[in-house]
Design a binder for this molecule. Structure first.
Ligand code: TXA
Ligand code: MG
Length: 345
């Protein structure tokens, strides 16, 4: 059975962290909060543990895991070299929602990296995560703590919904703040490539690096450089469509489509925003957040996708938002959740 242990997210109780660390040390799995989403953690240096993680998530084994560290002193043991650009980024954004790809040393098993010679590493900005890694004495491999293909968990309840009974412990540190996963960055080319947009924005990276490219493989039908991006992801059970265009057209279109579907007997969910929610007269309307404060949107996004599942809607319409800042990560997740069903109006 799975123990659920609530923990103070700012000053995690030492004895609770010790108990969780004991599980990690002995090859077990603990879900824990980070600033982005909850992770499903295990010893990154134990090849059997990686297999357990894949099994619990129902995740394909060629999809590599992110290795989490608590201090820069852990890095030398894990990677062959630290490029200058990486050092600058780590200095600026760690701890934080930025994952960097390095060449791995032999100590990291191929099961952790999905057979790759590279390893993705990040230092999360969350006391519970940092204390757990420190107390465990090993780097912690942790994918998002959801069943593969489902929306990532931004709170412990969403972890339990997917993984209760499959792992030893869930550390409950309350809802996460960023809500979407870390940015995954590849520094192997002259111009760095964002493999997955996330908590550290493209603009943030450009301030430090100058030019930064988005992996063209993120577009529908293209082959992504990051193995994880090729799978259908973040998907609610209902079929979802993203409606893009000016706000007035978005609302008008969603109103019309909802009316049509409801008259056909379907239950329709509408992912609206603070600016538009009051304009709808039909459907199950949930505001995902405020367009002028996109962090409110990213932090609610996955929880709301799961809410629509619980409501049992047949179809979901989601309003697209600006791709500036964290909006790029939000729109990437929405596109994937919708299986790239996008309607421009
Ligand atoms: O915010 C996050 O990053 C969360 C929290 C728990 O830290 N973790 C997370 O892990 O989102 P996961 O496993 O769900 O996503 C890892 C992503 C996948 O898209 C994977 O393909 C990519 O990182 N990745 C991992 N190792 C890689 C590598 N060596 N080369 C390219 N992409 C890699
Ligand atoms: Mg994931």
């Amino acid at each position: 059975n799975t123990q659920i242990v609530s923990v103070d997210k700012n000053r995690p109780e030492g004895y609770k962290i010790k108990k969780a660390a004991e599980i990690i040390k002995t090859g077990g799995l603990v879900a824990f909060p980070t600033e982005t989403v909850y992770g499903l953690g295990g010893n990154a240096l134990d090849e059997h543990v990686a297999k357990k993680i894949y099994a619990a998530k129902g995740r394909p084994q060629d999809n590599p895991l992110i290795v989490h560290i608590h201090s820069l002193s852990q890095l030398d043991e894990l990677v062959k070299e630290i490029p200058t650009r990486a050092a600058v980024l780590m200095d600026k954004f760690w701890p934080g929602p930025l994952t960097i790809i390095f060449h791995k040393k032999d100590i990291i098993p191929y099961s952790t990296t999905g057979g790759l010679d590279t390893v993705a590493i990040r230092m999360p900005a969350h006391s519970v995560a940092l204390e757990l890694i420190k107390e465990s004495g090993v780097p912690i491999a942790a994918p998002s703590a959801n069943i593969s293909g489902r929306p990532s968990p931004a709170c412990a309840e969403d972890v339990a919904e997917d993984l209760f009974g499959k792992i030893e412990m869930i550390l409950d540190g309350g809802p996460t703040s960023v809500g979407v996963e870390s940015t995954v960055l590849d520094l192997s080319e002259k111009v760095p490539i964002i493999l997955r947009p996330g908590g550290v924005t493209k603009e943030d990276l450009e301030d430090v690096l100058g030019c930064v490219n988005l992996d063209p493989g993120l577009a529908p039908g293209e082959k992504p450089r990051s193995p994880g991006q090729k799978y259908r992801h973040y998907a609610p059970k209902a079929q979802m469509t993203v409606i893009e265009g000016c706000m007035e057209n978005q609302v008008k279109t969603i109103q019309e489509l909802t009316k049509q579907l409801e008259s056909g007997g379907l239950k329709v969910g509408i992912m609206a925003t603070a600016q538009t929610r009051h304009l709808y007269t039909r459907g199950y309307v949930i505001s995902v957040g405020d367009r002028t404060a996109p962090l409110t949107i990213s932090s609610n996004l996955f929880t709301i996708l799961r809410k629509f599942d619980r409501l049992g809607v047949d179809r979901i319409f989601a309003e697209g938002i600006s791709k500036d800042g964290i909006g790029l990560a939000v729109m990437n997740r929405l596109y994937k959740a919708a299986g790239y069903k996008i309607l421009k109006v």
